[in-house]
Design a protein around this ligand. Sequence first.
Ligand code: HEM
Length: 440
Amino acid sequence: MRITVPDPERHETDLGGVNLFDTALYTDGDPHTVWADMRLRAPVHRQVLPDGRAFWSVTRYQDVNDVLRDHNRFTSRRGTLLSVLGGADPAADMMMVASDPPIHTAMREPMTKVLSHRSLASRSPAIRLIVQRLLAPLLDGGTWDAARAGAGFPMAFIGTVMGLPQTDWPELTRLSTAAVAPHDEEYRESDGYGTLAAAHAELFSYFSAQVRRRLRHGGADAEEDLVDFLIRMEAGDRRLHHDEIVYNCYSLLLGANVTTPHALAGTVLALAEHPAEHRRLTEDPSRTASCVEEGLRWTSPANHIMRHVTADTEVAGTVLREGDAVVAWLGSANRDERVFPDPFRFDITRTPNRHVGFGFGPHYCIGAPLARIALQVAFAEIAELIEEFQVAGPVEHLASNFVAGVKSVPVTARLRPGAAAALSRALASAGPVPVPAVRR
Ligand code: HEM
């Protein structure tokens, strides 16, 4: 998605013509100007699509939080992405993200322990090695595409956490993006809906085979991974059945794959465009964690989350009817001037920074600890090795109203003194990427 900066003096968006559904808004348009005008003049806005389907949009931080925190008024059971607007969600009550408490809580609680920061911290050295390999092409002074390099980054941690064979990683990366950007020309086969259906079918049959294979081999061992864990975990007083395991595998894979690369590449782009902020990072690497948080706010890789109204209700004085779809625009909430002073300034030490990049409420991203570890390792390495990035060609954006993504971010880098030698030494002495087991 293009990260545009609105002109504070101009609020001329024709709100009747706003089309937040159209993927072109995010590749070629000016989404932040549209949202800024909506926050000011139409914070709860209804859009009707040409085929009659309709949805409400909330764009202010407070309204986004109110919708996401309250599963009694706003259910996840009818799908959480605009791409399924108007249909039933076949994963309702089976996939964590498409369920409400108490079913949701029973599935989420055991998984939270496995995906906690404490269980995952031991993965940092493996992730660091992966980051060093990703950055290696910068050693020869050539152009490095942060988006293309970053696309495979999440598989290196979610793939190992889930125990998926490394040979499958590239195809799983491709299918994940096809599932969320089926209309993008790079992924579209036949029409967008066919692409979406094909990607879903392939991912479900892949995980179905993974689950069947593990059940055939039986018995948990010391190397138990996240898929084994899902097979054996107790959700309340029972185990998950086959389809529930498959849906949740799918959700964990997509959750990691379609978001983290854009936080990585988008933050690299922000550092290239704001060299003074990059300097502040290299001068004081203890700013890495807050740099990552600002990168998450700035890029807001998950652009929207949808809910459905369970009974007539009001949001900020507007009446919403039972069954209406309501979309919380995270990218807009994260620029709300009521909450973030000077929201269009990229500030790696922004404090406080209560962004909603990982959502809010009961469905707050369960992968946030893993994403934070991975991104902090990546930017600590960048702070140590790279003095400055320069944009080296046109940035390409993903055609998606859900993922605020980039397909190409070509950069060159000026390395810090001694960095090339240090990176070469680290890469030469490293063995294969270690794959630690899930610790509980
Ligand atoms: C920068 C990286 C990430 C971003 C921006 C992100 C964003 C989000 C958001 C906004 C939600 C809330 C969805 C909702 O309310 O309906 C969410 C939920 C979720 N995310 Fe992430 N995510 C990231 C990384 C990950 C990773 C690494 C994983 C896998 C380990 C993951 C797995 C999930 C799952 C399974 C849920 C559903 C949680 C639930 O329903 O309780 N995400 N994510």
